[in-house]
Design a protein around this ligand. Structure first.
Ligand code: IMP
Ligand code: MG
Length: 189
């Protein structure tokens, strides 16, 4: 896809590639400063698929040892609003008992998805669970869940790129952009 094609779908760039990189470097620093006991295992759990670019860059900037695991949670069908209740579609492979868990999310909007995942994982008796998110949309929040670290706060707009999709498209954009209103109204990209 050419760069030009990107701009048929977005009305504005919210966060550039350079700003993303800078924000993620800071996030990795927070991880290293938060998890200082290197004798304790730290598992980063990425929620697929939206967190892929974020977790990919994040792990290369973290200095301490970490392990990776992934989970597919369906709550959101790639449309412009959450539909139905969250559900673990594909579970992690590792045993998190006694370990520090850091959930890696692309965006926290209502907070329902991440709250559900945290509650499910808590049943497996980890040492701790915290949440790190690339984007935070505080205006959408419906839960009082605590976010450990958020890289960028964004306005109440439907955004795509750097992992985030509209109907499975736009995940590969190197920036975060606002999806054109016409596309949402048309329901087709
Ligand atoms: P929550 O459960 O309402 O917090 O929604 C979280 C999930 O909704 C995220 O993991 C995203 O997959 C999706 N989501 C929320 N807002 C947006 C958006 O603006 N663009 C794309 N996906 C979004
Ligand atoms: Mg997601």
């Amino acid at each position: 896809m050419s760069r030009k094609k990107y701009f048929e779908n977005i009305s504005e760039i919210l966060i550039t590639k350079k700003q993303l990189k800078k924000g993620i470097v800071k996030a990795a620093k927070w991880v290293d400063e938060t998890y200082t006991d290197h004798n304790k295992d730290l598992v980063l759990i990425g929620l697929l698929k939206g967190s892929i670019p974020f977790i990919g860059q994040l792990v290369t900037e973290i200095e301490r040892d970490v392990t990776l695991d992934f989970m597919v949670v369906s709550s959101f069908k790639g449309e412009d609003k959450a539909q139905g209740k969250p559900e673990i579609v594909t579970d992690i492979l590792s045993d998190i008992k006694g370990k520090d868990v850091l959930l890696v999310e692309d965006i926290v909007d209502s907070g329902y998805t991440i709250e559900y995942v945290s509650k499910e994982l808590l049943k497996r008796k980890p040492n701790s669970i915290k949440i790190i998110t690339l984007l935070d949309k505080p205006s959408g929040r419906k839960t009082d869940l605590e976010i450990g670290y958020s890289c960028f706060e964004i306005p109440h707009k439907f955004i795509v790129g750097f992992g985030l999709d509209y109907k499975e498209k736009c995940r590969n954009y190197e920036f975060i952009g606002v999806l054109k209103k016409e596309i949402i109204e048309r329901g087709k990209i």
